[in-house]
Write a protein that binds this ligand. Sequence first.
Ligand SMILES: Nc1nc2c(ncn2[C@@H]2O[C@H](COP(=O)(O)OP(=O)(O)OP(=O)(O)O)[C@@H](O)[C@H]2O)c(=O)[nH]1
Ligand SMILES: [Mg+2]
Length: 231
Amino acid sequence: MLIHYAAREIHAKIVYCGPGLGGKTTNLLAIHGRLPERARGRLLSIATDGDRTLFFDFLPLDLGLVKGFRVRFHLYTVPGQTFYAASRRVILRGVDGIVFVVDSQAYRLAENRESWEDLRGNLARERGPGAEHLPLVVQWNKRDCATALPVEVLSNEIGLGGLPSVEAVAVRGVGVAETLKACCRDVLQEMESAGRGGPPRGGSSPGGTGPGMPPPGAPAPHRPLSRTGAR
Ligand SMILES: Nc1nc2c(ncn2[C@@H]2O[C@H](COP(=O)(O)OP(=O)(O)OP(=O)(O)O)[C@@H](O)[C@H]2O)c(=O)[nH]1
Ligand SMILES: [Mg+2]
């Protein structure tokens, strides 16, 4: 998180993670397509090969004022393919919130698991014990697919129990805004609790406020999120 006191601006970084072809870039395309121009910047895709992200996508958003500070969210996707591990580590630096996009199709279960383990490893390395407070929202994507597994099965099999989550069909824009809003809300809440109510503390602090995610094996607090509640 980066705070410019003089400009009264906060910059927060949200990264979309998850297995290759899960729908991360599709989420950013849907957000870009739905927001009015004044709220969004240009969607940049840095290196692609057809559909596949080779480095990252980037979309800056300006979603208004919080306590007199203009809040700008910078959305990134990582490349999901296994061999881009180094890129994922770089893109995750200074992250303030994560959206983990699950591919609900039964045959992608192993890739979902592998991607989740990769993410946990990267965050543990990046943040250490501070990983506990990192806002993280799970998106169950591709709910339209005939072979989509029930959410409870996915949750148990991948080990995502208790995390806030939203069902989605990103390719039709369903659940995309809800997912983003849930993550932005959690990032702002985390920022407030880290700053204990006052305006954001510290000077410019690249590298985040120290939020994280549950340590391996630890059950996360149950925070159910209804689709309507996220709006
Ligand atoms: N049926 C269906 N297809 C989807 C959905 N969301 C995305 N897709 C399709 O899945 C394919 C991959 O989507 P991407 O958004 O490029 O996936 P990605 O996660 O960015 O993949 P990498 O960049 O390789 O990590 C595309 O053909 C999308 O149209 C969905 O909800 N349902
Ligand atoms: Mg992509």
